[in-house]
Design a binder for this molecule. Structure first.
Ligand code: SAM
Length: 256
């Protein structure tokens, strides 16, 4: 089995119940990037659950939000907050604690830490500080959206959130004209119509899939040309979270 090796390597640090289950104990001085549900709480993996239970502290983007998740799973842990505006200072504190040997679980509000969220800077600071960083994979909005979109998935270009300024957004969309593969963007409900209007102008013949409220009660995939989706979406206020996938002209023909 492929995953046998790391377990054997860490066997000397196993303890109590972990030994009985054959699971490696968490490693001192490690930053664990724990993916959390993007809507459906059942998507928290068993490994994520164990790391959250066994770590020394949880570093969260929003401690109130993460507090509710931990409470749901009956976990009580010291928490420290890092967020976009104090990441630099907090990253330093996290690195210091890792150097003292603490095992810290880093979580964001939802999904995989480091993908278009403030976790990215903490990861870089930890690596620059010589600390060990270990992913605990799980939910990720872009992967969930792409996997069920029906658009070509063998090659894609993830753009995350576009800039807010109109000129910059347009430039970003123009710049990737020659980049092959499906484009994937994150967008807030406030700017979704704006994005569709921009796509209608720059990529009018593309096939767009809007993946909305993934893993939640009102999950929805809508496909069409950008102008069609714009007309449809414009009829009611846009709500929820969106991943926007764009297969430019010709890309569907390249689908394997
Ligand atoms: N790191 C997270 C990940 O990759 O899963 C994403 C964090 S980013 C700050 C938040 C954005 O991810 C949202 O604005 C939306 O574009 C997308 N997103 C997160 N959850 C989603 C969901 N349940 N359905 C659709 N899009 C979602």
């Amino acid at each position: 089995m492929e995953n046998e090796e790391p377990m054997t390597e860490a066997a000397s640090t196993m303890s109590g119940a972990d030994v009985a289950l054959g699971l490696p104990a968490l490693r001192p001085g490690t930053l664990y990037l724990v993916a959390t549900p993007i809507g459906n709480l059942e998507d928290l993996t068993l490994r994520a659950l164990r790391v959250l239970k066994e770590c020394d502290a949880v570093a969260a983007e929003d401690t109130r939000h993460t507090g509710r998740l931990l409470k749901h799973f009956g976990i009580s842990k010291p928490m420290l907050s890092y967020f976009q505006f104090n990441e630099a200072a907090r990253s330093g504190q996290i690195v210091e604690r890792l150097r003292r040997g603490e095992r810290i679980a880093l979580v964001t509000d939802a999904g995989t830490p480091g993908i278009s969220d403030p976790g990215e800077r903490v990861v870089r600071a930890a690596l620059a500080g010589g600390c060990r960083v270990e992913p605990v994979p799980g939910p990720c909005a872009l992967v969930a959206a792409l996997s069920a979109s029906g658009l070509p998935a063998h090659e894609f270009h993830f753009m995350g959130f576009l800039a807010h300024k109109p000129g910059q957004r347009r430039r970003q969309l123009e710049e990737v004209k020659a980049v092959p593969g499906t484009l994937i963007l994150y967008e807030s409900p406030h700017r979704i119509l704006k994005l569709l209007a921009e796509l209608a102008e720059i990529y009018p013949e593309s096939k767009v899939v809007l993946a909305r409220e993934l893993t939640k009660k009102f999950e929805e995939f809508k496909a069409g040309r950008p102008a069609e989706l714009l007309a449809e979406m414009g009829k009611r206020p846009a709500q929820g979270e969106f991943v926007v996938l764009v297969a430019r002209e010709g890309e569907m023909l390249n689908a394997k």
